[in-house]
Design a protein around this ligand. Structure first.
Ligand code: GLU
Length: 422
């Protein structure tokens, strides 16, 4: 049985606020509550500083985050991993993805995890330097998995209807159609060094479509149609920055993360990330990093009955998406909206047990088990270890609606009814 491996994945764009602590606590509780019966040890948690987009990173925010995690008693294993130092790995991943095609005619293989058309290796090295692959001829159903996109933001805004909440724009396929219809034009634009991003394609209706299904610990069975719900997505931006959607998959794969906990606004992203993960495995990228073919074979086998896989028995991650915490105004808590952060709370004399107790309460930790006074309707202070003794995903699942903080939540941190269910 594999040990659970979770991760904290903060973006160092400011000091943590209560919503970040709630997500970190959930990730920590999830991994630590899974004790490997063979070795008798709890799961591990890694810390990954998601600073791939340097323009969003605030100097020293990584240090504040680590200091706050220590203060909260949320420990992690090993050294922190900085995405800003991993560009060579992300570049290699992009090249690997550029070496495969979507193939509508290929046998379907195992549909239980990612259904739809199969990814096939092109079998030549024409793309090893990130060049545009030749568009395969004589097989209408074949298309490069990754293609250049010359659309500007304004083009996209004009063409795409934003989806609810998670800022997903379903790409209308402009440059996909361009490559299919006029590959020479695409080649000459690349030669002229026209600004472009790289997109990963999903099987469209013409190719027979495809969907991703996974079982979320909180929200249950999730099924996303790749063409309709996700669309072709940027994995390297036109400014050269590798996109979150690619780097998160590369890192989770290479770090052996198998227990992913985060906000429910990323449910749809998970479908895309399952697709990217599948493609990285098909490209041979994972194997080059020692993720063996045995593991891969198992991870790709899935569960034909469509049931959740027992936790920790394969390298496929298990996902848990937690309800969001909204500010009193109803807006999502975010660092840039100046919600009271841990710096403000700590300066006001709030204790770590109050913050942990509050977040544990938001996660449904309620019942008294003889430790302290946890029978009350509202949050009670407790440390991370006490929260761990009372935590279960079953409790989180009993109420999946988003939480909204009340206006005076700071001063009410430890008193009953300081947050309400939206
Ligand atoms: N850095 C991302 C965030 O702060 C993490 C997303 C994820 O867990 O994949 O929202």
């Amino acid at each position: 049985m594999n040990t659970a491996v979770g991760r904290f994945a903060p973006t160092p764009s400011g000091r943590m606020h209560i919503g970040n602590v709630y997500a970190m606590l959930a990730a920590w509780l999830s991994a630590k509550s899974q004790v490997n019966p063979v070795i008798g040890l709890p799961g591990r948690v890694f810390l990954r500083i998601e600073d791939v987009d340097g323009s969003r990173a605030v100097p020293d925010a990584d240090k504040w985050i680590m200091d706050d995690l220590h203060w909260l008693g949320l420990d992690w294993d090993g050294e922190p991993v900085y995405q800003s130092r991993r560009s060579a790995i992300y570049r290699e991943a992009l090249y690997a993805l550029q070496s495969i095609d979507l193939d509508a005619d290929a046998p379907l293989g195992d549909r239980s995890h990612v259904s739809g058309k199969v990814l096939v290796t092109r079998g030549d090295s024409s793309v090893s330097a990130g060049r545009l692959p030749d568009v395969p001829k004589g097989s209408a159903g074949r298309f490069p998995l990754v293609y250049p996109c010359f659309c500007s933001r304004a083009d996209l805004r004009a063409a795409c209807a934003p989806q609810e909440g998670d800022r997903f724009l379903i790409y209308p396929g402009t440059c996909r159609a361009l490559l299919a219809g006029d590959p020479n034009e695409v080649r000459s634009r690349l030669e002229a060094r026209r600004r472009h991003s790289w997109r990963i394609a999903v099987p469209d209706d013409e190719m027979g479509g495809g969907s991703v299904a996974f079982d979320d610990r909180v929200f249950g069975r999730q099924v996303f149609d790749l063409a309709r719900d996700v669309g072709d997505t940027v994995i390297r931006r036109s400014d050269g920055v590798f996109a979150y959607q690619l780097v998160v998959v590369v890192d989770d794969l290479l770090m052996g993360v198998n227990d992913i906990v985060r906000g429910r606004d990323l449910l749809r992203s998970t479908a895309l990330q399952v697709w990217i993960r599948k493609a990285l495995i098909a490209s041979g990228f994972a194997e080059r990093y020692g993720i063996g073919s045995d593991d891969v074979a198992e991870s790709d086998r899935g569960d034909a009955a469509g049931k959740a896989r027992p936790v920790g028995t394969s390298v496929n991650p298990v996902y848990a998406h937690v309800p969001l915490i909204d500010a009193p105004s109803g807006q999502r808590l975010a660092k840039r909206k100046r919600s009271p952060d841990l710096g403000v709370l700590r300066a006001a004399g709030v204790e770590p047990e109050q913050v942990i107790g509050y977040c544990a309460w938001l996660l449904g930790v309620r019942k008294s088990d003889g430790i302290g006074n946890c029978g009350a309707a509202g949050p009670v202070p407790m440390d991370a270890q006490e929260a761990l003794e009372r935590f279960s995903w079953e409790q989180v699942k009993t109420d999946v609606s988003d939480r909204k903080l009340t206006v005076n939540w700071e001063s009410e941190l430890v008193s009953p009814k300081s947050a309400t269910v939206a």
